[in-house]
Design a protein around this ligand. Structure first.
Ligand code: C2E
Ligand code: MG
Ligand code: MG
Length: 288
């Protein structure tokens, strides 16, 4: 029995091969098949980006947006990135996925109207594995050239799904894109592989405070103390800190008390299609 049609980038198709056919017996082949399916889905443009506003906590002014990839599968419907980003990383599809998202996010942002603070940047997630090929600067340059986006309006979020083995190599590639005016931030600080050492070794312009910490700011004194310390650390390093996963008014108030200035989360806005984000920006457009 072929394992090929059984899962789509880590997502099971109802009525297809049984799970045991994929586990152990031919796991390697199944993974490769999933990678091929994902690659084909990208080529067929079944993937697209949605955008979630990043705001000033004090007044909810939009100061940027994060591009988040979505897969609209013809049979399965919407597939969350948690399944297929991992598959992309395991099967060598990350460079293709990364280029696709970068191109789409840059093209979208190049057409955004100014917000109340002028043109806002777009943040794009970059897997550490995209640093493996050594051509991040080339890929970024191409996306900027083709979209016409001002490099100062692009932020790369270094995600933490896997360990960066070669920190020195990563640092020199990140320095190259920063020299072009692109900003780099460390995603999910406080969870997984996102260590303070990275803040020392990698040239970064900001951090995103993991939502697991943000979720505890009102009720857990330890979480609150850590978030207060990260906010202070960011100020000392003269970099930005964005609190992720803000879901309630109480969390927003606690974060402000703890010294945080920027946030992102369902309390302000869920990720939305490109058109809806443009409409939201247009509503707050400064008068000329
Ligand atoms: P992330 O980069 O930390 O993105 C934030 C995630 O939190 C997003 O999930 C977003 O939808 C979700 N989120 C935002 N606000 C809230 C909130 O208030 N409450 C809750 N419960 N969740 C909130 P999403 O879109 O499912 O993405 C998950 C992860 O997948 C991302 O985490 C990122 O690591 C990865 N990812 C997404 N898009 C890409 C991409 O284009 N490339 C790569 N390499 N990874 C991506
Ligand atoms: Mg992110
Ligand atoms: Mg994050």
């Amino acid at each position: 029995m072929s394992a090929v049609p059984a899962t789509h980038g880590g997502v099971r198709v109802p009525g297809s091969a049984s799970p045991t056919a994929l586990l152990g017996v031919d796991d390697h082949m199944a993974r490769l098949a999933n990678g091929a399916i994902l690659r084909r889905a990208i080529a067929r443009r079944e993937l697209h980006c949605v955008f979630q506003p990043i705001v000033e906590l004090a007044n909810a002014t939009i100061v940027g947006a994060e591009a988040l990839v979505r897969w609209q599968h013809p049979e399965l419907g919407r597939v969350a990135p948690s399944g297929f980003v991992e598959t992309a990383e395991a099967t060598g599809v990350v460079p293709v996925l990364g280029r696709f998202v970068l191109d789409e996010a840059c093209c979208a942002a190049a057409r955004w109207p100014s917000g109340s603070r002028g043109p806002v940047p777009v943040s794009v997630n970059v897997s550490p594995l995209q640093l493996d090929g050594g051509d991040l600067a080339v890929v970024v340059e191409r996306a900027l050239d083709e979209s016409g986006l001002d490099p100062a309006r692009l932020v790369l979020e270094l995600t933490e799904s896997s360990e960066v083995i070669d920190l020195e190599g990563a640092a020199s590639q990140l320095a190259e894109v920063r020299a072009r005016g692109v900003a780099v931030v460390l995603d999910d600080l406080g969870s997984g592989y996102s260590s303070l050492l990275r803040l020392v070794r990698l040239p970064v312009d900001g951090v995103k405070i993991d939502s697991a910490l943000v979720g505890g700011v009102c009720d857990d004194p330890h979480a609150a103390a850590v978030v207060r310390s990260i906010a202070a650390l960011a100020r000392a390093l003269e970099i930005d800190a964005v609190a992720e996963g803000v879901e309630t008014a109480a969390q927003r108030a606690c974060l402000v008390d703890l010294g945080c200035t920027l946030g992102q989360g369902y309390y302000f806005a869920k990720p939305m299609p490109a058109g809806a984000f443009v409409a939201r920006l247009a509503r707050v457009r400064p008068r000329s």
